[in-house]
Design a binder for this molecule. Structure first.
Ligand SMILES: [Cu+2]
Length: 418
């Protein structure tokens, strides 16, 4: 008995909490500050999309002003088997909570991204999305690739502050027939009118069947009791009213169709076909990398990769950056890259490279160490608990003149406990 009571109070408490969160959530939600950056599986974040050169400018605009989201990405060659491939169907998107911006233009390698496309593994793409500020606020803007069947794969973000008043937001479109319309309010009365009509029809239909109380469970029990004779619960007036409803609904649909055709004789069909995007031309591979062994040393929180590097470029090269799951581990002896803001995922001293630069024509085995608390805070270490514990990352080499050579690396990640 005591337990019963306990359970009942417990579930009431949970219900009350859920209701409270539902009510208060929209007004106070610290979780919305970070919207799932670390929620996805580590292997999924590491082995789907490598985002780099991300830039969002300007970071402070007024309503009606524009923001450019630009950068590059490379779908991983270690794309997980169990996730639908980006080579099937994908869409270039932007991740911002709510309709705070308007997407004015979106291009990948210069091709307009109004429709879906496909991206090829191991190839490089360059995107440029132009947004127009609509609502004041402070937003964490992410580039996103939405992959059909796999969901959104988010890139690095920057905070953008929008000032001003939403009432001043202006948005007009000139249609193909020359009408200038405001999509914010276009045909609003027709939308409201149709919704109200269907709402009334729905309520009337429910009212007819609910007029003979009690319904739902008692009526279900009656149907069960009567068995084959349950049909007698439906009376002749029920049938007449149902037929009238059916006829009326058909009439409304047909009438709406003819009315719309008469009102808007020229329409164009929403386009759904895919558009093809050529990847950026692949530069000749000047630095070759073969991963020998990758281990994550749990006590030291240190990820180390032993690899054999062949330098075919005309100048000495060195590892400058290790980019995994949107986190940039930087070799600060070579590059001076600092986090631009608090949530910018840069480990400015996170990459340790002890070897001297690799000379032209030389092949050498080196080890790099990515040691930073970000491994832990961004829950990448959970990779060691996954059944397919493989990693992938983008490795960036630089020569003494600053030329960048990129190479994706990947393979099994072995935990080490000593
Ligand atoms: Cu974010």
């Amino acid at each position: 008995m005591k337990t019963m009571k306990h359970i009942r109070y417990g579930s009431w408490g949970a219900l009350a909490l859920a209701m409270l969160l539902t009510l208060v959530g929209p007004f106070y939600s610290p979780a919305a500050e970070a919207h799932g950056e670390r929620a996805q599986q580590a292997s999924l974040r590491m082995r789907t999309m490598h985002w780099f050169d991300t830039e969002i400018q300007p970071r402070k605009v007024a309503v009606n002003e524009t923001v450019h989201v630009t950068g590059r990405f490379m779908p991983s060659q270690w794309w997980p088997e169990h996730i639908r491939s980006v080579e099937e169907s994908a869409f270039m998107n932007i991740g911002v909570p709510g309709p705070a911006f308007l997407r004015i233009d979106s291009r990948v390698n210069g091709v307009p991204m109004i429709r879906s496309t496909r991206f090829h593994l191991g190839k490089t793409y360059e995107y440029d999305v132009l947004l127009k500020a609509r609502a004041p606020g402070r937003y964490h803007i992410h580039p996103v690739i939405s992959v059909e069947g796999a969901g959104p794969i988010i890139g690095p973000a920057f905070w953008v502050e929008v000032t001003g008043d939403q009432k001043d937001f202006k948005h007009t479109i000139t249609t193909m027939t020359g009408n200038v319309i405001n999509p914010e309010t276009y045909a609003m009365s027709t939308i409201l009118w149709w919704n109200a009509l269907w709402f009334v029809i729905g309520i009337a239909w429910l009212a007819w069947w609910f007029r003979k109380l009690p319904v739902i469970m008692p009526r279900y029990i009656k149907v069960e009791e009567l068995g084959d004779d349950a049909n007698q619960l439906i009376t002749i007036p029920d049938m007449i009213v149902s037929a009238l409803f059916f006829g009326f609904v058909m009439l409304v649909i047909a009438g709406g169709y003819f009315w719309a055709n008469y009102q808007y004789p020229i329409t164009s069909v929403l386009q759904t076909g895919k558009v093809e995007v050529e990847p950026l031309p692949q530069p000749p591979q000047m630095v070759e990398v073969e991963v020998n062994k990758a281990t994550y040393r749990i006590p030291g929180r240190s990820f180390q990769v032993e690899m054999t590097v062949t330098n075919r470029s005309p100048r000495p090269v060195q590892v400058g950056e290790f980019n995994a799951a949107n986190i940039r581990f930087i070799n600060n002896k070579l590059l001076n890259v600092k986090a631009q803001e608090k949530d910018d995922l840069v480990a400015a001293t996170g990459l340790r490279v002890d070897n001297p630069p690799i000379q032209p024509g030389e092949t050498r085995t080196i080890t790099i160490y990515a040691d930073d608390a970000l491994w832990e805070t961004y829950r990448l270490t959970s990779l060691i608990n996954e059944p397919d514990g493989r990693f992938a990352a983008l490795l960036m080499f630089f020569d003494d003149q600053g030329t960048r050579y990129m190479q994706e690396i990947g393979g099994p990640m072995i935990p080490s406990f000593g």
